[in-house]
Design a protein around this ligand. Structure first.
Ligand SMILES: [Zn+2]
Length: 253
């Protein structure tokens, strides 16, 4: 398993072929409370991609991890400084173009590693997945963590819908990039149990309207690196299982 961007073109040629897997981490540049960096979802997506790649490679799959897509639709956080939100159609077109390159060069499946749950973003990826299947004939997997069956594997806080910059995401950043967590701020943050997913269902369109006036939800003060490491393993297992189901090798594990 190698990062595609570090390979030569001949190494990339040799890594492609039937059954080969290209993992695209997709994050966002988006406000994540007063304690986490704007690139939090990029960090989570890259950890998920790495964990999945290790599992797939251990079973003998040829797997490459693509450079992350670091800009995407993030309208809910649009009012917070530093958030840079793309139009959903830009995201769809970008993912479709990346997939076209992978298909042209013979990769077997595109696996999207994503932990950013903005509804406009999810819709842009679903549109890309449909177009990839219809227009390119490339196999593609995109496990939506907010939906069954995958959500059932994640933490109580995540499933409550208070799943932005809270215990779940903060734990992953503590495991991956602890130097980026504003620790004194994090440890003193009051809980915000407002459910972002319920607010979305009720038609709210921003973190502020959903009750997150500092761009976080949940219980960041309870985050631990240990929980983050466990979450990364679950995220990797989810993507691994989705890929194996797509390739028809589900019973191989
Ligand atoms: Zn996030």
């Amino acid at each position: 398993m190698q990062p595609l961007a570090a390979m030569t073109w001949e190494e990339a040629r040799d890594a492609a072929g039937p059954g080969s897997v290209a993992i695209l981490p997709v994050g966002a540049i988006e406000a994540h409370g007063p304690h986490l960096p704007l690139e939090t979802d990029v960090i989570i997506a890259q950890a998920m991609a790495r964990a999945a790649a290790a599992r797939l490679a251990a079973r003998g799959s040829s797997v490459v991890v693509l450079p992350p897509l670091t800009y995407t639709a993030a309208a809910f956080a649009g009012g917070f400084a530093g958030t840079l939100s793309l139009r959903p159609e830009t995201v769809t077109a970008t993912v479709l173009d990346i997939a076209a390159g992978l298909a042209r060069h013979g990769f077997g499946v595109l696996a999207i590693a994503n932990a950013h749950l903005d509804p406009g973003h999810l819709a842009s990826l679903e549109a890309a997945v449909s177009a990839i299947r219809r227009d390119l004939g490339l196999a593609v997997v995109f496990p939506n963590l907010a939906a069954k069956p995958w959500a059932l594997r994640l933490t109580d806080e995540f499933r409550s819908g208070a799943c932005h910059a809270g215990q779940f995401e903060t734990s992953v950043v503590l495991a991956e990039r602890p130097e980026l967590v504003r620790e004194a701020t994090r440890a003193a943050l009051a809980p915000n149990p407002s459910s972002l997913s319920r607010a979305i269902r009720d038609g709210k369109q921003s973190f502020e309207a959903a009750g997150g006036d500092r761009a976080y939800f949940g219980f960041p003060a309870q985050a631990t690196a240990e929980e983050g490491r466990a979450t990364i393993e679950v995220l990797g297992a989810i993507l691994d299982e989705a890929v194996r189901a797509e390739l028809g090798t589900e019973t191989g594990g």
